[in-house]
Design a protein around this ligand. Structure first.
Ligand code: NAD
Ligand code: UDP
Length: 341
């Protein structure tokens, strides 16, 4: 049985992007485990509905703030999640996306340096770009287009990682970097634009399911509860701030800042995903094909050996189980919308 290290000691924890999909699940879990939570969000893609049930909790505080602007706060831990994650949303204002990643990282690192907080960056599998190595391991440097329409996100997250490691080496800031692979679950918005929510919503409404390209591109989907457990275990993983070596075999177990892959290693192609969702929802929706967006990665699957070894973590929810829970959620939301007219 996995044992937490200092997690159960109550802490004051800042979650940037706390009203978003992952952030709101994280806030809820941290509150349930006895922590004080500061949820910071500018509500670009986040929603009050995601956290409304937490507002009466005296250990919960909501701060409407844009993390591209500096802010002074006193906290023990910081999870830096603020950044639109769906391609539709991060491409809406690409310059702003770069600002969130770069200025946002500088601001949370500034807080961490000043108050000696531990700070985690929510990085992404997108740092691997369209990978030539499969499955992707943390020591793979990636194959990223620096000037494409996904670059604001991919390169923004890569610079954020660089800043985290430079603050660790230069200022001895206690950092954690996790590379999150495609994650899904309840509380994604109806108009999130990512594949699972798009397919489920279309299937439930009986509308055409649109596959971009031939549907042979693959992804590996992690259910939200599994991801949250991984984020917490990594954050709780004690490190001694000091010399850091990028050679994982030499680094002391206690000195592991990442980067660490968190995701479900079960790979599925997008066409099979569409068929699975049609099957579970018993939907009559048709599958149609649309032009593939530029730079759409062909394959993506995490190698999670490091997470298994250091955190004794691996996903426990199968895709089928996770999809059923997510479909239940969207069914209720759509039903409510119809009732409201
Ligand atoms: P999301 O869009 O639901 O949440 C992002 C949150 O950040 C929203 O609440 C949004 O309002 C907030 N935000 C955006 N810009 C901000 C700003 N300037 N100041 C303050 N708040 C701001 O996305 P998510 O899926 O919850 O992703 C959360 C984090 O995890 C992101 O950093 C994303 O890059 C990373 N990530 C997510 C996935 C995934 O599959 N969900 C995969 C890889 C990485
Ligand atoms: N996709 C699709 N139809 C949709 C949304 C996405 O075929 O309605 C494809 C998209 O082109 C990509 C995959 O599904 O190949 C995953 O897309 P998503 O936006 O969820 O995440 P990302 O590309 O960032 O992994």
């Amino acid at each position: 049985m996995y044992k937490y290290r200092t997690y159960h000691k109550p802490k004051r924890i800042l979650v940037t992007g706390g009203a978003g999909f992952i952030g709101s699940h994280l806030c809820e879990r941290l509150l349930n485990d006895g922590h004080e939570v500061l949820c910071l969000d500018n509500f670009f893609t986040g929603r009050k509905e995601n956290i409304i049930h937490l507002l009466n909790n005296p250990r919960f505080e909501l701060i409407r703030h844009d993390i591209t602007q500096p802010i002074l706060l006193e906290v023990d831990w910081i999870f830096n999640l603020a950044c639109p994650a769906s391609p539709v949303h991060y491409q809406y204002n690409p310059v702003k996306t770069i600002k969130v990643n770069v200025l946002g990282a500088l601001h949370v690192l500034g807080i961490a340096k000043r108050v000696k907080a531990r700070v985690m960056q929510a990085s992404t599998s997108e740092v691997y770009g369209d990978p030539e190595i499969h499955p992707q391991k943390e020591d793979y440097w990636g194959n990223v287009n620096p000037i494409g329409i996904r670059s604001c996100y991919d390169e923004g997250k890569r610079v954020a990682e660089t800043l985290f490691f430079d603050y660790m080496r230069q200022n001895k800031v206690d950092i954690k970097v996790v590379r999150i692979f495609n994650t899904y679950g309840p509380k994604m918005s109806l108009n999130d634009g990512r594949v699972i929510s798009n397919f489920i919503v279309k299937a439930l409404k009986g509308e055409d399911i649109e596959i971009y390209g031939d549907g042979k591109q693959t992804r590996s989907f992690c259910y939200i509860d599994d991801l949250i457990e991984g984020l917490i275990r990594m954050m709780d993983f004690e490190m001694e701030v000091g010399e850091f070596t990028n050679d994982y075999t030499k680094s002391r177990l206690s000195g592991f800042p990442g980067p660490l892959n968190l995701g479900n290693p079960t790979e599925i192609d997008i066409l099979s995903l569409a068929k699975k969702i049609l099957d579970i929802t018993n939907s009559k929706s048709k599958i149609v094909h649309k032009k593939a967006p530029p730079d759409d990665p062909r394959r993506r699957c995490p190698d999670i050996s490091l997470a298994r070894k250091y955190l004794e973590w691996e996903p426990v929810f199968s895709l089928e189980e996770g999809l059923r829970k997510t479909i239940d959620y969207f069914e209720k939301i759509i039903e409510r919308q119809y009732t409201k007219g």
